[in-house]
Design a binder for this molecule. Structure first.
Ligand SMILES: Nc1ncnc2c1ncn2[C@@H]1O[C@H](COP(=O)(O)OP(=O)(O)O)[C@@H](O)[C@H]1O
Ligand SMILES: [Mg+2]
Length: 207
């Protein structure tokens, strides 16, 4: 009975997670579309100066770029679902990979007042698809930064043994309750406390 209840719970929570994902995605798509439509409609109400047209085009471009990124992400999910992701393996320098990610998001990280400590030796190489590895590390780092308190520290530690390399990302933020840990690899699952931490959510990954 217990197992049955747990099963029902997990079915329900993944159905809810799906619903939440759909509404997150439609929200993400709707906001640049609303902004595009609004700015075009307002601009067309009367004749404008070249500067005003230029300003409108710049704002339209930013919205269009956002929409393209959302489309890319949805395409990525669809490919992953259908096992048609192409892997391009190459040798990747772990330290450089992580440094690049941190560098690329330093504005966001310092905005949250979080500092990052990294311990990884030079020339630690692994074989993999650099884009997918970057995405995976970014997701984990994004979570660590997001779920740690402002002023907190995130520690990244890379270790190797004969056959593998492990990278640990730790933060001192509130841990996920024990009963939620089993759910975190369910697609679109978000912790019960995570909802209140927006902005963030899927949004950063989608942006
Ligand atoms: N570093 C972390 N500390 C605490 N909880 C975390 C951490 N990383 C992930 N989680 C939990 O796992 C859930 C799933 O993570 P994720 O799929 O990245 O979703 P999101 O970042 O949109 O909340 C989060 O909603 C959160 O509850
Ligand atoms: Mg996340």
């Amino acid at each position: 009975m217990l197992i049955f209840n747990e099963m029902l719970d997990s079915i329900q929570s993944s159905a809810e997670a799906q619903k939440r994902f759909t509404s997150d995605v439609s929200h993400e798509i709707r906001s640049p579309l609303t902004s595009l439509r609004g700015s075009i409609e307002v601009t067309l109400r009367r004749k404008r100066t070249p500067e005003e047209y230029e300003e409108m085009l710049r704002s339209n471009l930013a919205d269009t770029i956002r929409l393209s990124k959302i489309a890319d992400n949805l395409l990525f999910l669809a490919k992953a679902d259908n096992n048609i992701l192409e892997f391009r393996k190459q040798w990747v320098d772990v330290r450089k990979l992580i440094e690049n990610i941190v560098e690329g998001h330093k504005g966001r990280i310092s905005q949250r007042g979080v500092s990052i400590d990294m311990d990884c030796r030079e020339n630690l190489m692994l074989s993999g698809d650099i884009d997918l590895l970057e995405q995976a590390f970014l997701n984990i780092l994004d979570n660590a930064v997001k779920y740690t308190s402002p002023g907190g520290k995130v520690t990244i530690n890379a270790m190797e043994d004969i056959s593998s390399i492990s990278v640990t990302v730790s933060d001192k933020g509130p841990a996920l309750p024990e009963n939620e840990i089993t759910h975190i690899f369910e697609r679109f699952y978000r912790g019960s406390k995570a909802g209140g931490t927006k902005p963030g959510g899927t949004a950063w990954a989608l942006r």
